[in-house]
Ligand binder design. Structure first.
Ligand code: A3P
Length: 320
């Protein structure tokens, strides 16, 4: 059993012992649970969240598989929804990392606490939370409520490269780095935090098709192409539409600027700050490019990826 797993009762012990287990990319483990690979470090928190969380109709949930643009989505949603709560020059993003303003259930809230103080963990109303859990794992109270869910995904080749760089930063010194070939092999088998990638994406995509008023499916590349359009779309979807006056005053453009990679990356809190989960904020900002994979993947990896994308997403309207 891993040292980092805070199991404290027989129920968890028994469950964990029955699950397939693999090494993950940075020295800890993954458990295969109900079709997904879950990081051992947050597995218990995930189960607690699933079991105990009670959603409110007014809640907003930001969801993604890691390295798909979660930080950006948090900054945007926070700024859109709370834009009338503070003066522009006092946006809390200037002094807090987006992950401090929108806590993650499995990392920040339920990690060591089956009953976290949810009311005081969100600085403003409505409550805003995030999770990397697949749609199938979301607590029934979220699925059955009238809350809003926004999902963001990204071309898997860029997401894969982003994950490879990021997990290397999480790797303790006594753990050997994972080569790109090894990471590629694991990724193609779906063995990465909250993988398989395609099942994660398709789970939310299908849910968004069935329930478009409650679940908004976004792609990183589309936001990159036209951020102003997507800020307005998010505002409308979440029930905080922009008025004509606001549009004339440039409120949309100002939010785009505030949440841009260039702006956030250079803020002191993001250059030097540290998240409670032990992640340096600067590791969340790397290149933010579409197509950065082309500097790293071999032609055979690209060919394999393209075939995988075609095979897995063929029956959906998701195009990367
Ligand atoms: P790269 O590693 O390709 O640069 P997540 O937030 O889900 O962890 O995703 C991280 C990816 O989003 C990283 O991609 C990171 O650089 C990029 N990113 C972070 N903040 C961003 C922003 N404000 N705008 C666009 N991309 C951003």
């Amino acid at each position: 059993q891993d040292k980092e797993e805070p199991w404290d009762d027989d129920e968890f012990q028994e469950l964990v012992q029955t699950l397939p287990k693999e090494k993950n990319w940075y020295g800890t483990h993954l458990y295969f649970y109900q079709g997904f690979w879950c990081a051992s470090r947050v597995f218990r928190a995930m189960i607690c969240f699933q079991k105990h969380f009670q959603a409110l109709d007014s809640d907003i949930f930001l969801t993604s598989i890691p390295k798909s643009g979660t930080t950006w989505l948090k900054a945007l949603t926070f700024s859109i929804v709370n834009r009338n709560q503070f003066a522009r020059e006092e946006n809390p993003l200037l002094s807090s990392n987006p992950h401090q303003l929108v806590p993650v259930f499995e990392y920040d809230l339920y990690l060591n606490n089956p009953c976290p103080d949810l009311e005081n963990s969100c600085p403003y109303q409505p409550r805003m939370f995030s999770t990397h859990l697949p749609y199938a794992f979301l607590p029934p109270s979220i699925k059955d409520s009238n809350s809003k869910i926004v999902y963001i995904c990204r071309n898997p080749m860029d997401m894969f490269i982003s994950l490879w760089f990021f997990t290397d930063k999480l790797r303790p010194d006594n753990v050997e780095p994972l080569s790109l070939d090894e990471a590629f092999e694991k990724f193609c088998q779906g063995m990465h935090d909250f993988g398989p990638f395609f099942d994660h994406v398709l789970g939310y995509w299908k849910a968004s098709q069935e329930n478009p008023n409650r679940i908004l499916f976004l792609q990183y590349e589309d936001l990159k192409e036209n951020i102003n359009f997507h800020i307005k779309k998010l505002g409308k979807f979440l029930g905080f539409p922009f008025s004509e006056v606001e549009e004339e005053q440039g409120v949309v453009e100002e939010i785009a600027r505030m949440c841009s990679f260039g702006n956030l990356k250079e803020l002191d809190v993001n250059k030097n700050g540290m998240h409670t989960f032990g992640i340096a904020h600067n590791t969340l900002f790397r290149k933010a490019e579409v197509g950065n994979w082309c500097n790293y993947l071999t032609p055979s990896m690209v060919e394999y990826f393209k075939k995988l994308i075609q095979d897995k997403l063929d029956k959906s309207e998701v195009v990367f």
